[in-house]
Ligand binder design. Structure first.
Ligand code: HEC
Ligand code: HEC
Ligand code: HEC
Ligand code: HEC
Length: 404
């Protein structure tokens, strides 16, 4: 059976109760290995320490009474350190970390390798994979980190959210790779065994009934899979990172305020593309035109959703808030232009959800409510609309020369 044959026909995930929750960050209590907690004092050159310690020792040797203040000072240090540690534990904001994926459910790309070797080899050529090795060496990154007082890239909350994949191991939270399979497809623990089960041992994809297929796709999504069978789910992954929804990172750190020219067809069909399933790993083909049209519109909807989320988190009139609001307005304009050609009822609803909303600071509730509404509509759009009905916007779809 062609893997895509009934992709558009099956109404995947339209019942309201089953719709996946909107994407929100997972906030965890930081569980850093000790070696990363103190970062400045121990990097003083050993030579400097040695000289200072020898001086102190010589000074103390010359008179026994000089030991008294030292003992008092040491006692004070022990008490003060204890208090600091206690305070750290008491303040819930300390040691918190934001990640996209629940690290207890991340399996790592090694667990995909045995069945998806071709996808892995493509991924290894992308900046998503490379960022694990390169980010901490880039001058621009070091500058951002110094402005934010970051000492360890791979263990600091401000970068790991988008540049790394974190996994919970016995020794704590560990970075296992850059942007990985699970960054886009969801942490795999609860869906890995479901997503490829055609109906028990011995049943092949060709023998699977359409009913079973639909149940399987739904079960995988319920298990947290961002299954590309519903393209909105993967589009959401892209925009969640590529709108860079982190005010401090942008306004204080000077990080780019999002990939402003991000468009999902152009950015997914070039170096990122890994469509091997229908040829059993033999060739990496471009998705068909109907699928690209669906993806294109789903991308615009997701752009609006996540620009609204970013604007919702803005608190000061500076680069981040302004860029996010402009981006939301632009996404809505683009959708409106497409809708002029398409007259699609669901797009009407999306634009309606945006209409009453004020793109202003400190308007979190209203903006998030609109984004949540658009989340639902986007998933439904991708589940029910046939890309063949979107021919009127073919002229807007980026052609191959523009693919990244
Ligand atoms: C034991 C083999 C196996 C393993 C391990 C495996 N997959 Fe799959 N995967 C499959 C098969 C077979 C399919 C095709 C399912 C179908 O026909 O819909 C598939 C499909 C997919 C799809 C496309 C879903 C769709 O229907 O459009 C994604 C995405 C995916 N796998 C991601 C992963 C990731 C990420 C991992 C590792 C965390 C992984 N898989 C591990 C066998 C596997
Ligand atoms: C909210 C998501 C997000 C967070 C958090 C984040 N980044 Fe990024 N970063 C991105 C995205 C997306 C890009 C790609 C931008 C593009 O090329 O359009 C990027 C690109 C970069 C680049 C440019 C890479 C290049 O080669 O052009 C640097 C440098 C960088 N990030 C540093 C950092 C540092 C340092 C941190 C932590 C302090 C951080 N980022 C945190 C999303 C994020
Ligand atoms: C977990 C966060 C994350 C997700 C999810 C994500 N990206 Fe990225 N992406 C990044 C970061 C970070 C970079 C920059 C890496 C670097 O250069 O260090 C990047 C870079 C890229 C680049 C290279 C850009 C260039 O200028 O060369 C492309 C293309 C891209 N992403 C496409 C996508 C697409 C398409 C999706 C969704 C299907 C997606 N990304 C999902 C974080 C993410
Ligand atoms: C940057 C985000 C991103 C990353 C990283 C990513 N994927 Fe995907 N994946 C997608 C998107 C988007 C699609 C749908 C593409 C399309 O339809 O053209 C997809 C489709 C797939 C498919 C089905 C496509 C087919 O027809 O063959 C499989 C299987 C898959 N991914 C597995 C993986 C595995 C395994 C990894 C890790 C090596 C991975 N993906 C990494 C975004 C990503």
């Amino acid at each position: 059976m062609d893997y895509r044959a009934d992709q558009f026909a099956a109404p995947l995930y339209v019942d309201r109760d089953l719709l996946p929750r909107p994407i929100r960050e997972v906030t965890l209590l930081q569980n850093l290995p000790w070696k990363y907690r103190f970062t400045t004092w121990y990097v003083l050159p050993i030579g400097v320490w040695k000289v200072q310690v020898m001086r102190l020792f010589n000074y103390l040797r010359s008179n026994r009474r000089r030991w008294i203040p030292l003992i008092l000072a040491a006692g004070w240090l022990v008490v003060a350190t204890g208090m600091t540690l206690n305070n750290q534990a008491a303040d819930p904001r300390d040691g918190q970390i934001e990640v996209h994926l629940d690290p207890t459910k991340v399996l790592g790309s090694d667990s995909c390798e045995k069945c998806h070797a071709a996808e892995i080899s493509v991924w290894k050529q992308t900046p998503h994979h490379e960022t694990f090795q390169t980010l901490h060496r880039k001058p621009e990154a070091i500058q951002i980190a110094s402005k934010l007082g970051i000492s360890s890239f791979k263990h600091d909350s401000a970068c790991i959210k988008c540049h790394y994949t974190m996994q919970q191991s016995a020794s704590g939270l560990e970075p296992v790779s850059g942007v990985s399979c699970e960054s886009c497809h969801g942490a795999a623990k609860d869906w890995i065994a479901i997503h490829n089960d055609y109906g028990g041992p011995g049943v092949t994809g060709e023998q699977e009934t359409p009913d079973h297929r639909l149940q399987r796709l739904r079960a995988s999504i319920a298990g947290g899979m961002r299954n590309p069978a519903n393209v909105y789910l993967v589009a959401q992954s892209c925009y969640r990172c590529h709108t860079v929804p982190d005010e401090k990172l942008v306004n204080v750190g000077g990080h780019k305020a999002g990939s402003l020219d991000f468009e999902i067809v152009a950015w997914s069909q070039g170096t990122v593309r890994h469509n091997f399933m229908h040829s059993h790993g033999q060739s990496n083909t471009v998705s068909d035109p109907a699928r690209l049209r669906l993806m294109f519109v789903a991308g615009m909807i997701a752009d609006l959703e996540f620009s609204l989320r970013a604007t919702a988190s803005a608190t000061e009139k500076a680069t981040f808030g302004l860029t996010s609001a402009q981006r939301a307005a632009r996404a809505a304009k683009r959708l409106e232009a497409a809708q002029g050609q398409l007259q699609q009822p669901l797009l009407d609803e999306v634009l309606q959800a945006f209409k009453g909303v004020k793109l202003k600071l400190n308007n979190r509730e209203q903006l998030e409510a609109a984004a949540d509404k658009i989340n639902t509509l986007g998933i439904r759009f991708a589940a029910t609309v046939d890309g063949n009905t979107l021919e009127a916007i073919q002229k807007y779809i980026p052609s191959a020369e523009r693919w990244k």
